[in-house]
Ligand binder design. Structure first.
Ligand code: URA
Length: 431
């Protein structure tokens, strides 16, 4: 398409005035922006117009397809087994990919999990896995396909070749207060997942205080938009809407989240992590043609653990190596007897981040041993002096700022007081 096919100012006016862009206009806009012909300030005006005025379904579909077309697409057709993947919109203590990918792959299904690093209070899957000595996030294309063929599960870094338009647009949205627009979030997530080439996809769309989108109604709208986009592109997609008002499990950090995931793979682990892992595994396996797979048994009998060990070893990690432990720990104790009635996800995520588990800028390193271990969960009876949680860091100067984030974030009530957990873990399903 010619760089002069449209005038970008005219297209901005269309969205400013609540109009609808055509397929040709969106194709041109995304291509011209990726090539640098449309300037950042023009695209910033466009994203703000979209943020304020929204987009029609047809425009969201066109935007997604144009972002896919901006880069390479992978194909698993020659693999000889079904493919399925999961994407979570992210939350505090959300380590589900770690037990889930090997669990699903242990049934002979390929799970190509192209993952990212964390920014802000939600952690990144690659950061967590990098706490395993030797483990390597970057694979060549050949290594990636070979591991999918032999082991079945791969969790690795997404190359910059998938949907590069999204990479550029996401960085722009981040600095122009236009991240939280449903058409932009949905097209951003789905362009990468569809370009990745999975035949089916399960979305874990979170709501609540520790989620990217706090309001359940907006999360549902996001889930419905993404499921429709997946279906339009021929990727069979289902979403679960899940509660992120309370941290998932007991570990928030990196190495401690790997430890907890290994507990789940060994047939134990916190009930909420197990429940969500099993629910997502059932959805993924049903989409891959195995609706009757006994996922609970695969956690109990070591089958999923064997696949985990093979996945870690294939990427040069040592599944038996000791995980890093922090130099300094600080326990926070219950000030009175009662029931733990509140434990808010967002402040705990921020505190773990301040302890060193997360990064403020893309270039920052994470401290693999930093984080929080929750020793009591909402609904538990606690006694005065009992540790409620442990904070771990290599740098004790960080405790104070982490404790500041936790002021008012947890509360001990009396027997019979309602537990403020925001309701069931799995709220609903969108298909
Ligand atoms: N994650 C993405 O990949 N894109 C968004 O827009 C938001 C979250």
């Amino acid at each position: 398409m010619s760089v002069e096919a449209f005038d970008v100012v005219d297209l901005i006016k269309v969205k400013r005035d609540k109009g609808v862009l055509s397929t040709a206009q969106i194709d041109w806009l995304v291509d011209a922006y990726t090539r640098g012909y449309v300037a950042d300030e023009q695209m910033a005006a466009m994203t703000m117009a979209i943020f304020l005025n929204g987009m029609e379904r047809s425009e969201i579909r066109d935007l997604t397809l144009a972002m896919i077309a901006s880069g390479e697409t992978l194909s698993f057709e020659g693999l000889g087994k079904p493919t399925t993947d999961k994407h979570s919109t992210g939350g505090v203590g959300d380590k589900i990919t770690l037990p889930l990918a090997p669990l699903v792959a242990s049934f002979g299904v390929a799970v190509p999990q192209l993952s990212g690093r964390g920014l802000g209070h939600t952690g990144g899957t690659l950061d967590k896995l990098e706490s395993i000595p030797g483990w390597r996030a970057s694979l060549t294309n050949d290594e990636f396909y070979e591991q999918l063929r032999t082991v079945g599960g791969v969790i690795c870094a997404a190359g910059s070749g998938l949907a590069p338009a999204d990479g550029k647009l996401y960085a722009l949205r981040d600095i122009t207060a236009t991240v939280e627009a449903i058409p932009l979030i949905a097209s951003s997530i789905m362009s990468k997942k569809i370009a990745e080439g999975t035949a089916s996809l399960v979305l874990d769309v979170k709501f609540g205080s520790g989620a990217f989108m706090q309001d359940p109604a907006r999360s549902r709208e996001l889930a419905e938009t993404m499921v429709q986009l997946g279906k339009d592109a021929g990727t069979n997609t289902v979403a679960l809407l899940t509660n992120m008002n309370v941290p998932l499990g007991r570990a928030i950090g990196n190495a401690n989240e790997v430890r907890e995931s290994v507990e789940v793979l060994a047939g134990g682990g916190p009930p909420d992590v197990v429940e969500l892992t099993l629910a997502l595994a059932r959805e993924m396996l049903a989409l891959a043609g195995l609706p009757d797979a006994d996922v609970e048994a695969a956690l109990q009998n070591g089958r999923a653990m064997d696949t985990w060990r093979a996945m870690i070893s294939a990427q040069d990690g040592d599944p038996d190596a000791a995980l890093p432990v922090a130099n300094e720990t600080h326990e926070v104790l219950a000030e009175r007897d009662g029931i733990l009635v509140a434990q808010q996800a967002l402040p705990f995520g921020i505190a773990a981040w301040r302890l060193g588990a997360g990064r403020a800028r893309k270039e920052d390193p994470v401290h693999h041993a930093a984080g929080i271990d929750l020793l009591a969960k909402p609904g538990d009876t606690v006694t005065k002096g009992q540790p409620l949680f442990t904070m771990n860091t290599d740098d004790p100067a960080r405790f104070e700022r982490a404790l500041e984030a936790l002021e008012g974030a947890y509360r001990i009530g009396a027997a019979g007081d309602p537990v403020e957990d925001g309701g069931p873990l799995i709220a609903s399903r969108v298909a």
